[in-house]
Design a protein around this ligand. Structure first.
Ligand code: AMP
Length: 283
């Protein structure tokens, strides 16, 4: 799954991205985090970005596009990713489109977290307080003054992306004013609805376990059905043992596909067992 989380600072993109990462095992690619790491490490990109970030401005498009291009190439991003804070301008979105096209990758959706601006200052102040309480360093740009600039940047440069992705039928809007839990649930619900998420399936191990159970039951049924007809018991049991064997193999390999075929085999076994007894009864 490839997803973009779109929303102003303090809308909950980072929180929701982390929750999606935990649930679906894909990576969160936050350009803000990457830039902060670059600033901390004092790399050339960090040196270039430091001042801009401290004032709540946007780092040049070419810089962030370059960062994302490299990051998407990493093995951990192959399964999918959640872009948090990127793209932030139309040229960044266009560059991302080109990048994905070049790599034959599809963007599943853009989830916009819609929030009331009035709530954002409170949220950002709360985030700063919580960070302080954890004994961690507060972000330089998490102050009401810088936030005003970041919001202005969002309105003029990032908000046009709502139209950009809506035209491309990628935009899904979620009410970001709900509780964290509700927002997560709503995001998962819409992602499932558009087919970006598989409906929850059983673990392969659980499927295999079920297959073994069904095969054993089928074997018992086959034995019961052929009770008294000594010769007929043999083929029925043999047929039942087949899927049971396959089922235990599936359990060993833990592959869902094998487990499914084992279950099919277990169902099929009921028929030959019945047929044999009928024939016997006629005679
Ligand atoms: P964030 O952590 O997403 O709030 O980003 C923190 C800061 O990093 C922003 O205020 C910008 O200065 C910079 N930044 C992060 N992502 C981008 C981006 N996609 N384009 C330009 N600047 C960015």
């Amino acid at each position: 799954m490839r997803l973009i989380l779109l929303g102003p600072p303090g809308s909950g993109k980072g929180t929701q991205a982390q929750r999606l990462v935990q649930k679906h095992g894909i990576v969160q690619l936050s350009t803000g985090e990457m830039l902060r790491a670059a600033v901390a490490a004092g790399t050339p990109i960090g040196l270039q970005a430091k001042e801009i970030m401290a004032n709540g401005g946007l780092v040049p498009d070419a810089v962030v596009v370059g960062i994302i291009e490299d990051r998407i190439e990493q093995p951990d991003a192959k399964k999918g990713f959640i872009l948090d804070g990127f793209p932030r301008t139309v040229p960044q979105a266009e560059a991302l489109d080109d990048l994905l096209k070049k790599k034959h990758l599809k963007l599943d959706a853009v989830v916009e977290l819609r929030v009331n601006e009035s709530a954002l200052i409170d949220r950002v102040e709360k985030r700063a307080e919580e960070t302080r309480a954890r004994g961690e360093e507060v972000r330089l740009d998490d102050t009401p003054e810088v936030l005003i600039n970041r919001l202005a940047q969002y309105r003029s440069l990032t908000e046009p992306l709502i139209h950009y992705y809506s035209e491309r039928r990628k935009l899904l809007t979620v009410d970001g004013m709900m509780t964290i839990e509700h927002v997560t649930r709503e995001i998962n619900r819409i992602l499932t609805a558009i087919g970006a998420l598989e409906p929850k399936t059983e673990e392969p191990a659980a499927q295999a376990k079920k297959a073994v159970k069904t095969a054993t039951k089928a074997s018992k049924l086959a034995k019961k059905a052929t009770k008294g007809t000594k010769k007929a018991v043999k083929p029925a049991q043999k047929a039942a043992r087949g899927p049971a064997k396959r089922a235990s193999k599936a359990r060993a390999t833990k592959t869902g596909a094998r487990a499914a075929s084992a279950r099919k085999g277990a169902k099929a076994v009921k028929k030959p067992a019945k047929k044999v007894t009928k024939k016997r009864a006629k005679r």
